[in-house]
Write a protein of this length. Structure first.
Length: 483
């Protein structure tokens, strides 16, 4: 018997193949067969009178398995077939190494971003860069970028990812509920960028699982070679760093407590900076080769980083808030920032061997970087409010002090926000008990609701000492012989 596959494709019902088989007289019997269908296979075998159905059917079933595997591999190449990182020339490696040995590497990052026309809040740029670098540690830092529509959330997320090796970045517009379960590629040390949160809300559970467990393990029934159903264990390796954008003020607590929230600068002053960066693109554009060479240098530097575990010997001495309950998750995120800084500066840090494992040793400088970036984020966490809600409440207080009515219209005029934005953060202020409805108003012009100012958003103190004070604290602890 000579069986030939003349053509095949994957249909919604399975593998559909055009088969040809010689009937012994020199002629060829041709027919289309849905290989996964026993009835379709039986009809084809009946057209082959010289073939034993008992022998022929297993052949067709094996062919179905073979073609399904070939199709699956073509659609979802597994990790061994992923393009490896490019080999670096001696010159490229030296340039990247010189960058990694620069004690002012983060300042150089901001200079490079500015030259390339990347406008944006400097703290956000550095925090995103370190979060992206944290993809190499055991518990990466996950980030949610919040802001109004057209504020530049996705742009900020994407432009800073250009400093990362392309092979480490996965960009998604959306994801279904089980998309991560069935990916054929490893997500270990990957940077996952999700353009807009609504596009990936269905995959919340799988993303949370990857963030917490560093991998996804699930059981799925599969058809074995003998035709019987058996349960197979599928593992998607992590950890991965997840970064997403949203216009929402707050996410579900299960999601929000797993990320650091950063906010896009929506001030008029920053808009002017954005315009200046846009103008430079037209009046003094950077040469494409210079842009490519600059980014490649940073990408190569990331390729030289080794995923060392990090030892933070002063971890016990770092004072941290003990309330609200979510700080149990916020403290590890602060530590992840220290780890990411140490990892980035690994060619400037010492190492220590413990139980045959080599650790990078974090320094006070890493603490100082993490503190500067995390302080505004932790203040928002402890307040429980967004910065724009604080701004709205402060404007309401001023109107109240001046004995002026607090209405949506008066807030629009003083804040220079649109009605939709005022309504959004007014709702948050009411929920926080900072404002209270005094008159629900009614229909028609001049009958809008009125509000009373009740209390400001309480200011909070984050007990993270300055680097100098912390160094003095460590010296005192050392002199007392404390561990």
């Amino acid at each position: 018997m000579t069986l030939r596959v003349l053509d095949w494709n994957k249909s919604k019902d399975g593998i559909r193949a055009t088969l040809g088989i010689e009937n012994g007289t020199g002629s060829i019997i041709r027919d289309k067969v849905l290989l996964g269908s026993a009835l379709s296979r039986k009809k084809f075998i009946e057209k082959c009178p010289n073939e034993n159905p008992t022998d022929m059917d297993p052949v067709l079933m094996s062919l179905d398995d073979l073609l399904r595997a070939k199709w699956s591999k073509s659609q979802n190449p597994d990790i061994p077939t992923e393009a490896p990182p490019p080999s670096l020339s001696v010159e490229e490696e030296q340039e990247a190494l010189h960058l990694l040995q620069n004690p002012r590497i983060l300042e150089e990052l901001l200079d490079a971003a500015d030259r390339l026309g990347f406008a944006g809040d400097e703290n956000n740029k550095v925090l995103l860069f370190l979060a992206y670098t944290s993809r190499l540690i055991d518990s990466p830092l996950n980030v949610t970028i919040k802001g109004e529509s057209s504020s530049g959330k996705s742009h900020e997320m994407e432009v800073m990812s250009e400093f990362m090796p392309p092979e480490s970045v996965i960009k998604l517009s959306g994801a279904s509920a089980k998309a991560l379960f069935y990916t054929a590629r490893s997500l270990k040390h990957k940077l996952m960028l999700i353009a807009e949160r609504p596009g990936a809300e269905d995959s919340d559970y799988s993303i949370r699982t990857m963030q917490s467990e560093k991998k996804i393990v699930f059981w799925v029934p599969q058809k074995g070679d003998n035709g019987r159903i058996k349960t197979e264990e599928i593992t998607v390796e992590g950890p991965a760093c997840f970064v997403e954008t949203t216009t929402k003020t707050h996410l579900h607590p299960e999601n929000e407590t797993r990320t650091f929230d950063i906010y896009v600068d929506e001030s008029e002053q920053h808009t002017i900076k954005v315009f200046e960066a846009q103008d430079r693109r037209f009046t003094n554009p950077i040469h494409p080769e210079i842009r490519t060479r600059t980014l490649k240098r940073w990408q190569n530097a990331q390729r030289l980083l080794k995923p060392y575990p990090v030892l933070i010997e002063f971890a016990r001495q770092i004072p941290f808030p003990t309330k609200p309950l979510r700080v149990r998750r916020d403290r590890p995120k602060f530590m992840a920032l220290i780890e990411a800084s140490a990892l980035l500066h690994q060619y400037q840090r010492t190492t220590k061997s413990i139980n045959d494992t080599t650790y990078l040793v974090a320094t006070i400088e890493d603490y100082a970087i993490a503190r500067e970036l995390a302080l505004p984020i932790l203040k928002n966490v402890l307040k429980g409010t967004t910065p724009k809600c604080v701004e709205l409440v402060e404007e309401a207080r001023k109107l109240s002090d001046d004995q002026l009515e607090i209405t949506k219209k008066s807030l629009e005029d003083t804040l220079k926000w649109d009605r939709k934005t005022v309504s959004k953060y007014l709702k948050e202020a009411l929920a926080r008990g900072c404002l209270e409805v005094s008159d629900v108003g009614g229909k028609g012009r001049g009958n809008s609701a009125k509000y009373d100012f009740i209390q400001p958003v309480s200011d909070v103190d984050v007990p993270l000492p300055s680097p100098d004070d912390f160094k003095a604290l460590l010296n005192d602890v050392t002199s007392l012989g404390a561990p």
